[in-house]
Design a protein around this ligand. Sequence first.
Ligand code: SF4
Ligand code: SF4
Ligand code: SF4
Length: 190
Amino acid sequence: MAKKYAMIHDNNLCIGCQACNVACRSENQIPESVYRLQVWIKPEEYPNGTLGYEYHRQSCVHCENTPCVSVYPTHASFKNEDGIVLVDVDLCVGCLYCVAACPYQARYVDPVTKAPNKCTFCHESRLSRGEEPACVTVCPTDALVFGDLNDPKSKINTVLSERVTYRQKERLGTKPKMFIVPNHKGGIKS
Ligand code: SF4
Ligand code: SF4
Ligand code: SF4
């Protein structure tokens, strides 16, 4: 059976350190002015009155129903057999329809190739060598879990069965393969 790769970002374990962002830049040689991954930090006041932070990971969420692929006139943007959404730079005509169509603002225009680019789950680098994505490997708190949804014994399926998760903008029907464990800090105990 084909693989179906997905990721979890646990908002309770994340500390906003940006090690994932730095590792992604290094592994995938991302130019300074753009990014495949950013963790935004937002101050929060919780229901019990305590103060804390929310950590929002912004990157491609590898939709199953892909607005960026549907809009493409030349099929330069496509989903591979493992469910990973990729861009074939050689087929890109630079129309940037895909950048506009992405509801997650996950794509950027590479300043060198002038073509759209984004998170690939490290498909062309670490994954092709049988290694986990760079961001997952360096996270000091294990806030990121990566794996195959079609493997019932995978760690990602274990975590998904044990934790409550949600996906961003589910109402759009995009079926993201990025799951988020919501923050439960500051809850009111009964
Ligand atoms: S490396 Fe881990 S803890 Fe640090 S910002 Fe990224 S996800 Fe959060
Ligand atoms: S998050 Fe954006 S770039 Fe990634 S698959 Fe979905 S629509 Fe495409
Ligand atoms: S999976 Fe790879 S390309 Fe995607 S954000 Fe993580 S390090 Fe970057």
